[in-house]
Design a binder for this molecule. Sequence first.
Ligand code: 13P
Length: 252
Amino acid sequence: MSNIPYIVGNWKMNGARSMLSEARAIDRAAARFPKVQVALAPPATLISAMREAVQDIGVGGQDCHAEVSGAFTGDISAAMLVDAGADFTIVGHSERRAMHGESDAVVRSKAEAAQAAGLSVILCVGETEAQRDTGKAEEVVAKQLKGSLPRGEAAAAQLAVAYEPVWAIGTGRVPSVKDVRTVHKSIRAQLVAAYGEAGSDVRILYGGSVNADNAAKLMAVDEVGGALVGGASLTADGFTAIIGAAGLADEA
Ligand code: 13P
């Protein structure tokens, strides 16, 4: 299972019911690539409708609260995501870390709550441009992982890590193959240190300006087990090309 590339679309705060036709088209395309695991994380308002609209792809949340229920206006718990039909959730996206002040400890509590509710988790990490420019990318990512990886014996089995350099998100800029390989290798070492052998099976996704043109190159990098895609996942055309590139990389 873990050798299958995992291609996930994060719709962020985009999408209305009218876009379910894109999800259906993505679902049909995914069915043509059984050796690629495909999922979409639409806004929470669309999770249950999308779950009903698709068959072959996963549907997940973009965030969850660490508590099961309570006086947390505007928040959504992991149990609620499950109830809506989600099978996974993203946590720790840099947009949440930056705009909602989420610390590593908060991200970890969300990841653990999600797994306790039965969701698998995509945990995001990544350095800012200033951190990259001062040679701190690996150190920053290591610190984020140390503070936010979910704990517990079974945690690794329901986990993917997404390396998303903040400066590559939505900018059209991507790190070099060498830099992606370096960071992914260091993430792998940390996963093995945290979880033992189970850490070698956790997929490490790359995210940040992945598109039809660069997907094949990025998917071929050592320790890249898939992609977390923003803008290019909003249309079936754009996303299908990435799914196809992952399918071909897998066959190569
Ligand atoms: P883009 O693919 O639009 O750069 O977004 C990446 C991202 O943040 C996915 O979570």
